[in-house]
Design a protein around this ligand. Structure first.
Ligand SMILES: [Ca+2]
Length: 227
């Protein structure tokens, strides 16, 4: 998405069943063999900041396991080469993007190639506050930089020390214990886990259902106020 200034509030956003296919079938002969070269590249994320300023508050992001890249190459005589690469993130901040993310959550179900919960280009400017991320199955890289995994496991405490990141506090790598988007089970870190969005210049006074925020002891993380 190309934008100068974008506000995302109280949204549930998924990158689901994203696919890339590349098929190359070449006919060669014994005397004149050919090369069949097929390359499929799939890159996806629910939220991609390509530039400008992104303000994201109280959003739930998800990817699903059915996203895939498929490459097929075939020749009668010669060389067959098929390469499929798939990279999936929950949030991606490209170069020149300024992204402020607060009170948001997401889970990943993909771990292939350079996939990670969060991608941060070294020339980006990301701030992340009081957000909860989780990988349901694979132990995916937490934060990926331009060419390598910056935070492979553990929490996000060192995110602010990474190239492309400015501020990070109150973030968790933890199962959100969602029942569905608008419900959680006991022990979830989401209820009352957020900060006042006004501290970042954002007023968020209702949730995705139109119920008042905050309710109970504070702002709930995600699109819904649970209590
Ligand atoms: Ca609350």
């Amino acid at each position: 998405m190309l934008f100068r200034s974008l506000w995302l509030v109280n949204n549930v956003i998924g990158a689901g069943q994203v696919k890339s296919y590349a098929e190359v079938y070449a006919t060669g002969t014994a005397g004149t063999p050919v090369t069949a070269l097929s390359t499929a590249v799939m890159r996806a994320a629910p939220v991609v900041a390509t530039g400008g300023r992104l303000f994201m508050a109280h959003c739930d992001l998800h990817t699903d396991r059915y996203s895939e890249a498929i490459a097929e190459a075939s020749t009668t005589f010669g060389t067959e080469a098929a390469t499929a690469t798939q990279t999936v993130n929950l949030v991606r901040a490209d170069a020149d993007a300024e992204a402020t993310i607060i009170n948001s959550a997401g889970y990943s179900q993909i771990n292939t190639d350079d996939s990670a919960l969060i991608f941060v280009h070294p020339d980006a400017d990301m701030s992340m506050l009081n957000s909860v991320w989780w990988d349901k199955e694979y132990g995916v890289c937490r934060v990926y930089g331009e060419n390598a995994c910056l935070i492979a496991e553990g929490g996000l405490d060192t995110l602010a020390d990474q190239p492309g990141c400015e501020r990070a506090s109150g973030n968790l790598i933890q199962d959100q214990l969602w029942g569905w988007w608008d419900s959680v089970t006991a022990g979830s870190p989401l209820p009352d886990g957020g900060i006042d969005p006004a501290s970042e210049g954002m007023g968020v006074f209702i949730d995705a259902d139109g119920n008042a925020r905050p309710n109970g002891a504070g702002w709930d993380i995600g699109a819904y106020e649970f209590n």
